[in-house]
Design a protein. Sequence first.
Length: 254
Amino acid sequence: MRLKGKTAVVTGASSGMGRDIAYYFAEEGANVIAVARRAEKLNQLVEEAKDFEGKVVAYSADVSDKEKSEGMIDEAIKLFGKVDILVNNAGIMDDMSGVDETSDEMFDKVYDVNVKSIFYSMRKAVNHFKQVGGGIIINVASIGGLYGCRAGLAYTASKHAVVGMTKNTAFMYALQNIRCNAICPGGIETEISTGEFMKNINQAGMARATAGIAANPRIGKGSEIAKVALFLASDDSSYINGQCIAVDGGFTAY
């Protein structure tokens, strides 16, 4: 039980990587506040994890809402006395547009979910971690945050921002026993491609963003990301801080 006695908050937990992370964490003994908008999906997760050592509690929220994003930390403290681990997994994709066709509405919404929600929850968590003697933050960024064109402008910029926030936070609070790392997935089986802006994809932008897709060895599974998150959340990774780890089957090694 690598996380026995720990409390974790996991966003985007209704499907894909976030669901697998919440599931694995509870299986390894953590009490988990599973956060997402779709309450029915969260309740299914709660039912599936009911016999685990750790308890999963559903928290239905839109993380782009500042009060909800901060409130999930308060909820974990209220139920379990503290928070040890924060996993910022929730995110949305843009429509693959370059800067010339990126609308204000899309840019703002992508940033609200992919950047500002992480800022709100990290700020709340770090202040709590300072009081209790430490904690761990795991941000799910993307290989799009390491390279220039794995998506459109809005998504790419948002994930670069997540990488920057991760590294800054890691160094700022390393002496206070707070670790902050990011996972940068490649192509993973998730529901992100069914998002609002992906329903009307900019085909020219998509062609450019996928120009190197033939180099991708395969599509990954959410469980493969969850296992990396479990490692980063455990004491096994105690000397890893401020790192943005590409988990992409070797795609970006080409």
